[in-house]
Design a protein. Structure first.
Ligand code: FAD
Length: 410
């Protein structure tokens, strides 16, 4: 396969990382097309696990990321009722020292856009993809809503859970469904009492009968706290990508969240009450499995495999991008065909994605309301639960997308 032109649809985490990886590992030239007129500011502060720190390190971006993120070494589990610490999950790869990072999604995107700019990658905003079709001579055409068409040798669908690339071309029958739940999130100024709270290391999940709330610093200076919870919300039909609770809806939602999570420990209560504006992110889920590629077109990140939020979706998206970028470089060296690249990508990524999906689905069930007795039992046996959960989780943190074996000749 000679160096090619690549069309990348979507400037989310997978699109940005894919273009950076193609630039780093291959001679293929990517151009990104994004439907929004400017970079998205949607989303709260996401948790990036150690494999992402390792990726950012490999791209020379880790130091800059740490300047805008909070380094999470453990997630402490608290009882919302009593405020007592029940246990902790290490969120660090002991061997390399790579930690997790809690970072505002918009700031992370800004950082990646600067890196794209420095790498000379062209990003075209305000371009909504409407269709995909194969053309003669080994090319594929991206058809845009403004009537424009772009032909290239490779097309990457990095266009998120509602992917048009998947829906219109790769696998029209696999559709996302709304889970009935939304993630509610907001930011609060750090209240008095949180910094010195016994056992609080900067990121906590406070768990009660009516669900759990995550409370985490999201920058290195600890002056601001990210607060996130899951609740049942009817998603407005018109806005699948998140909205802000304004006016009556905002007051209503705030009241419910304070009632739900503000009844026990005064410090967590102050955090929840301190959120001025709640935003909602409807949780859509894509059935696991399916097809990742067709012809010269391949799906990356949420477009291929969006599972229930389990704190690792961004990591999977970014890992996909790095592995794919490296495979394109390998194919250029070996003169291999496009199909061989996409087949190997599927083989290399499928197991990790499926494992993650299963784990996230189980955790998602735990987000539902619990009885007083169940909650009390959970509090008593939290240490045992953490040991089992941690053992199952551990393998994931060692993954190194920039160095993982790509296998023999393509
Ligand atoms: C509530 C919630 C909380 C989460 N928290 C975490 C967390 O803490 N940690 C974590 O690792 N993951 C988290 N995730 C998952 C994570 O956000 C996603 O897995 C990740 O953002 C996927 O990135 P992506 O680039 O594949 O898709 P996206 O980020 O959705 O990007 C897709 C891009 O494509 C563009 N696009 C879409 N359609 C078109 C079109 N037709 N033409 C052109 N452009 C188009 C969109 O505008 C967008 O910019 C969370 C998810 C949810 C729902």
């Amino acid at each position: 396969m000679p160096p090619q032109r690549a069309t990348v649809i979507g400037l989310g985490l997978s699109g940005a990382l894919l273009a950076l990886s193609l630039n780093r590992y291959s001679s293929t030239i990517p151009t990104i097309y994004e439907l929004r007129a400017s970079p998205s500011t949607l989303g709260g502060a996401i948790n990036l696990t150690p494999p992402v720190s390792r990726i950012l390190d490999s791209l020379g971006l880790l130091a800059a990321a740490k300047e805008i993120a909070f380094e999470t070494k453990e997630i402490s589990i608290f009882s919302l009722r009593s405020g007592a610490k029940l246990g902790a999950l290490p969120f660090i790869d002991e061997e390399t020292g790579h930690t997790s990072l809690r970072i505002e999604r918009a700031l992370l995107l800004e950082l990646l856009i600067r890196a794209l700019d420095e790498a000379g990658v062209q990003v075209v905003f305000g371009k909504r993809l409407e269709g995909v079709r194969e053309v003669e001579d080994g090319r594929v055409a991206a058809v845009f809503a403004d009537g424009g068409e772009v032909e290239s040798e490779l097309l990457f669908g990095c266009d998120g859970i509602h992917s048009l690339v998947r829906g219109a071309y790769v696998e029209p029958d696999r559709k996302a469904t709304y889970s009935g739940l939304s993630s509610a999130y907001g930011f609060s100024a750090t209240p008095e009492g949180l910094i010195g709270k016994e056992g609080f290391e900067g990121t906590a999940v406070a768990s009660g009968m009516r669900g759990s709330v995550i409370v985490s610093y999201c920058g290195p200076r600890k002056e601001k706290v990210f607060v996130g919870a899951v609740m049942e919300v009817k998603a407005p039909d018109a806005d699948r990508d998140g909205w802000r609770g304004k006016g009556a809806m905002g007051t209503e939602a705030k009241k419910e969240l304070v009632e739900r999570f503000g009844g026990g420990d005064p410090v967590f209560k102050a955090v929840v009450e301190g959120v001025e504006e709640w935003s909602f992110f409807p949780v859509w889920v894509l059935p696991n499995g399916g097809t990742y590629w067709r012809g010269r077109t391949v799906l990356v990140g949420d477009a291929a495999h969006a599972g229930p939020p389990g704190g690792e979706g961004a990591a999977l998206a970014m890992e996909d991008a790095v592995v794919l970028g490296r495979l394109v470089g390998k194919a250029e060296e070996e003169g291999a065909a496009v199909e061989a690249v996409f087949r190997r990508y599927d083989e290399l990524r499928r197991e990790r994605v499926t494992e993650n999906y299963t784990r996230a689905s189980a955790r998602w069930e735990g987000a539902k309301n619990r009885s007083w007795l169940f909650q009390k039992t959970m509090e008593l046996f939290m240490w045992a639960f953490l040991m089992v959960w941690w053992n199952k989780r551990e393998w994931g943190f060692e993954y190194d997308a920039a160095n993982v074996e790509l296998g023999g000749k393509l």
